[in-house]
Write a protein that binds this ligand. Structure first.
Ligand code: PMP
Length: 330
């Protein structure tokens, strides 16, 4: 019988699937690692287990403790899963640009959600970083995973995401592309793939236009879960060969195309990563194999990217099927 002992045992071992349509005209193969099949629905389940295991082992988190974290939602879901299984209370602090549907998911697992304004500086007392620090100070037994600096984030990707990609491609991948938020995915996965390939695999970050990783000032953008207005400790710039800046319009257009042309209902950061992957693939030949990681599913964005009125309110017109790669990459 193949029966997992608990839901936590279902995390990881996600599949790779070839992108067959949005890649029209390209010589290189582009394949996607589909992280929405994790039980919490995103790549962040991976870091949640490892961070909580480590906190229990170190004594930073004890029975009856409370997990407090600023998160755009996906890390919260992963932590909420682990907390539910192990009996911890959870309080999540989210910026107001995160959709109500994502907040409702956190509450569904029994977590508490505190909403804070997006358009304030990180050191502002109302920022989601400041508010979460205050809750930690005021809550006895509080543990803050601090995904932005916790080395167990990148370590979880070094231990799982990297080896999974290496094994699934028989070590034949040549390029790895992923969005950068905390930087945990790119740093841990990228480091493993560089180690395994003796430096041959090129690691490319995808970043929203405006974010610091691609040289921006930290100005706002709409894609969720990626980009930063500061440099987190979880990001290791020595692993990253280049960073592609992608606009909201390009990211959302590709997100819609992935659903309509590849049957992959994914979030905006997945569309962003695929735009970057296709730009990379345009320069490559038939012997190249690009792996792009799709961090989460699209159901958390039905009222946004997949809603024509919301898109129109930001000036994004309807995206018609058959928009060419060249149109998007122009
Ligand atoms: N996409 C989404 C939707 C996310 O929630 C995250 C995590 N913040 C990322 C991409 C980026 O992952 P990382 O934090 O590992 O850089």
């Amino acid at each position: 019988m193949r029966i997992a002992s608990t839901v936590l045992d279902l995390i990881g071992h996600t599949p790779l699937v070839r992108l067959n349509h949005v890649t029209a005209g390209l010589a290189a193969q582009v394949v996607a690692k589909v992280e929405y099949v994790n039980p919490g629905g995103s790549v962040k389940d991976r870091i949640a287990v490892r961070i909580i295991d480590a906190a229990e082992a170190s004594g930073d988190l004890r029975p009856g403790g409370t997990i407090v974290e600023p998160t755009s939602g996906n890390t919260g879901v992963g932590l909420a899963l682990v907390a539910q299984q192990r009996g911890y209370r959870c309080i999540f602090v989210v910026p107001d640009k995160v959709g109500e549907d994502k907040r409702a998911v956190l509450r569904a697992y029994g977590a508490e959600v505190v909403v804070t304004p997006t358009a304030v500086a990180p050191d502002d007392p109302r920022s989601y970083y400041s508010v979460s620090d205050r809750i930690v100070r005021e809550t006895p037994g509080a543990f803050k995973p601090n995904q932005y600096a916790n080395p167990n984030g990148p370590a979880s990707h070094y231990a799982s995401t990297g080896p999974e990609i290496w094994e699934a491609t028989d070590g034949r991948l040549t390029h790895f592309v992923t969005g950068v938020g905390t930087g945990g995915t790119i740093s841990g996965t990228g480091r493993y793939l560089k180690d395994a390939s003796k430096g041959a695999v090129r690691v490319i970050g995808a970043d929203p236009e405006g974010s610091v990783y691609s040289g921006g000032t930290g100005r706002p953008y709409l894609v969720e879960g990626v980009g930063e207005d500061f440099w987190p400790g979880a990001y290791d710039p020595t692993v990253v060969d280049e960073v592609e800046a992608v606009s909201d319009a390009e990211s959302f257009a590709m997100t819609l195309r992935l659903a309509r042309e590849e049957g992959l209902l994914v979030g905006g950061s997945s569309g962003m990563a695929v735009v970057a992957a296709l730009r990379v693939a345009e320069r490559l030949g038939p012997d190249d194999l690009v792996v792009v990681l799709l961090p989460d599913g699209g159901r958390g964005y039905l009222g946004k990217i997949f809603n024509d009125d919301w898109m129109a309110s930001y000036g994004f017109g309807p995206v018609v099927q058959g928009v060419t790669v060249a149109d998007l990459l122009a």
